[in-house]
Design a protein around this ligand. Structure first.
Ligand code: LFR
Length: 483
C-alpha cells in the first residue's frame, strides 16, 4: 500500500493531543483530532509524619481526551490502520487484578528523597550507572517504586505499568513494557536491554511487578471491544508499540544529518545530546550527569535531561494567576529589544523543578547569589531564554567532549522550536547553526514507527527520518557574533 493513516496519542507533561497522520514514502501530513490540558491534581494524604499533599495525574481526564481524539480520528479516517501512545517518562500506575490502584503520582511529587538514599545504600550510584546508563534523577521509577514499597503499596499491587503502557493496556488488555519508556525506570540493563533482576532483588522490589518487554514496531494487539465501541470503530484496529517515551519519538523525527548533528528536544524539559549506536557508561559521563536512554531500533540517546520551557511557562502562569494577561509572542519581541544587563542564572538549580511562584524563586536565587534581578517582565523573559540557551549550549559542548565527536549543527524540535529568540540565542551562544522544527516531532516519530509496522515505510531510522526531511523545511538560525 502506498499510503496509510494512523493515530498518535501523545501525552506531554502539560498537554495531550491525538494526531491523525497520513504517511507515504515521500510525505507525512498531520491534523489534530483533540488537544487537552494535562492538569495535575494535588490531594491531601497522611503518612507517619502527618498530613501533607501529594501531586497526582488526572488519569480519567487523560483517558477521556485520548478517546475523544481517537473517536474523531476513526470518523475522519474509517480506514485507520493503527494507533499508538507515547508520553513523558518515569511515571506509572499500580494495578491489581487489572484494576488501577489509586491515582498515579506525578514525578514532581517529592516523596523519593529517602528512597534515593536507601537505593544507593543497596547499590552504589556508580554501579547503577554502569548497569543502566541512567542519570540518578530522584524522579526515576526505581526510586519511586522504592518509596511505594516502604509504604507497603507493592504488597498490594501485582503490576506496575509505565504511563504509555498503561494506556496500551486499557486499549488492548495486554500488559507490556515498551523498551524506550522502560529505559527511564533505571531498572533496564543498558547492555542486554532486559530488566536488571539484580537491581530489583538488591533493592527488595518484587520481580513480577514489571511487565514483559517489547520493542518499538511490535504489535501489541487489537483494541478491546469496549474501546472499539467507545470510539465507533467497526473494523480491525491495531495498537502498536512505538518509541513510547516521548523523547525517543521526538529524536526519531528530528531531521538530523547522518553525522555531526546534536538534538535539543525542548518541551517542558530540555533534552540535549546525540544519538549513538552504543551507550557511554564511563565515569566521566556519570559525573557530567549525562544519561543513556533508549531510542528507537536500539539506538541510545546520550544526553542531558534538564530544564526546558517549564521555567518560562511557570513564570507566565504566575503572572496569569495574579490576574495579568500575557501575550507570549509580544513578550518575546519586547524581550529581544531589552538590554541584557543581568548575568545568566543556573536553570538547573533543583528549586526550579517545583511548581509555584517562579518569578519569586528566580528572585530568591538572584538575592542569594548577589546578582541583579531584571526589573521588567520582558527583561525577565529575556534572562530566562538566555539562561536556557546557555545551558543548552554548554550541554552540547559537553556532549562533544564526552563522545570525542565534534558537533556541527543543532536540531531543535518540540514546542521550543516556535520560540525564535531561544533558537537565535542558542545559535549565538553555541556558535553553531540551529535548525528549528518540527514542533510536533513526538507525534511524528510515533506515526513513523506505526507506518513502518504497517509496511508503508521500510528501512532504518535514517530512512524513516528522510520522510521528515522531505516534508518539513526547518527554520535556520545562523550564529551571530553579537553578544
Ligand atoms: C520529557 C520527559 C523526559 C523525562 C521527563 C520526565 O517529556 O519524557 O525525557 O525525563 O519527561 O518523565
Amino acid at each position: 500500500p502506498g499510503t496509510g493513516r494512523f493515530a498518535a496519542i501523545d501525552f506531554g507533561a502539560t498537554s495531550g493531543r491525538v494526531i491523525l497522520g497520513e504517511v507515504s514514502p515521500t510525505h507525512i501530513s498531520t491534523s489534530e483530532m483533540s488537544r487537552f490540558t494535562n492538569q495535575p491534581v494535588s490531594m491531601p494524604a497522611s503518612d507517619a509524619r502527618g498530613w501533607g499533599t501529594h501531586l497526582h495525574w488526572d488519569m480519567p481526564a487523560l483517558w477521556q481526551g485520548a478517546l475523544a481524539g481517537l473517536g474523531r480520528a476513526v470518523r475522519e479516517a474509517p480506514d485507520l490502520i493503527s494507533v499508538a501512545t507515547d508520553s513523558w517518562g518515569v511515571d506509572y500506575g499500580l494495578l491489581r487484578n487489572g484494576r488501577l490502584l489509586g491515582s498515579p503520582m506525578h514525578y514532581r511529587d517529592e516523596r523519593t528523597a529517602e528512597a534515593c538514599d536507601r537505593v544507593h545504600a543497596a547499590i552504589p550510584p556508580a554501579d547503577l550507572y554502569a548497569r543502566t546508563g541512567i542519570q540518578p534523577l530522584a524522579i526515576n521509577t526505581l526510586y519511586q517504586l522504592a518509596a511505594e514499597a516502604s509504604q507497603g503499596l507493592l504488597d498490594v499491587a501485582d503490576t506496575a505499568l509505565l504511563m504509555p503502557d498503561l494506556f496500551s493496556y486499557w486499549l488492548t488488555g495486554r500488559r507490556i513494557a515498551e523498551r524506550t519508556i522502560a529505559s527511564t525506570t533505571a531498572i533496564l540493563s543498558a547492555i542486554t536491554g532486559e530488566w536488571d533482576e539484580d537491581i530489583l532483588s538488591r533493592v527488595g522490589l518484587p520481580r513480577g511487578v514489571l511487565a514483559p518487554l517489547v520493542s518499538p514496531g511490535e504489535r501489541i494487539g487489537p483494541v478491546l471491544p469496549a474501546v472499539a465501541d467507545a470510539v465507533g470503530a467497526s473494523h480491525h484496529l491495531d495498537v502498536i508499540a512505538v518509541g513510547a517515551h516521548d523523547t525517543a519519538s521526538a529524536v526519531l523525527a528530528a531531521p538530523l544529518p547522518e553525522r555531526g548533528g546534536a538534538f535539543v528536544s525542548c518541551g517542558t524539559w530540555g533534552l540535549v545530546g546525540v544519538e549513538r549506536e552504543q551507550p557511554l557508561l564511563h565515569e566521566q559521563a556519570r559525573q557530567a550527569a549525562f544519561t543513556n536512554e533508549r531510542g528507537v531500533d536500539d539506538r541510545f540517546l546520550f544526553m542531558r535531561n534538564g530544564m526546558g520551557l517549564w521555567i518560562l511557562n511557570e513564570t507566565i502562569r504566575s503572572w496569569e494567576r495574579a490576574g495579568e494577561r500575557v501575550d507570549l509572542g509580544q513578550l518575546i519581541e519586547e524581550a529581544a529589544h531589552t538590554r541584557m544587563d543581568a548575568d545568566v542564572f543556573d536553570v538547573e538549580d533543583p528549586r526550579f523543578q517545583k511548581p509555584g511562584d517562579m518569578p519569586a524563586m528566580i528572585a530568591a536565587w538572584h538575592a542569594e547569589h548577589g546578582a541583579r534581578m531584571p526589573q521588567t517582565r520582558a527583561a525577565l523573559v529575556r534572562l530566562i531564554l538566555e539562561s536556557l540557551a546557555q545551558a543548552f549550549a554548554e550541554a552540547i559542548a559537553t556532549t562533544a567532549r564526552m563522545t570525542g565527536e565534534p558537533v556541527s549543527q543543532i536540531n531543535l524540535v518540540g514546542g521550543g522550536s516556535r520560540n525564535w529568540l531561544l533558537c537565535q540565542r542558542l545559535a549565538d551562544r553555541s556558535g553553531l547553526p540551529v535548525y528549528a522544527g518540527p514542533v510536533e516531532a513526538t507525534a511524528l516519530g510515533n506515526l513513523l514507527v506505526q507506518a513502518r509496522t504497517a509496511g508503508v515505510l521500510h528501512g532504518t531510522i535514517e530512512d524513516l527520518r528522510a520522510v521528515i526531511t522531505r516534508t518539513f523545511q526547518p527554520r535556520r538560525f545562523e550564529p551571530r557574533r553579537t553578544p
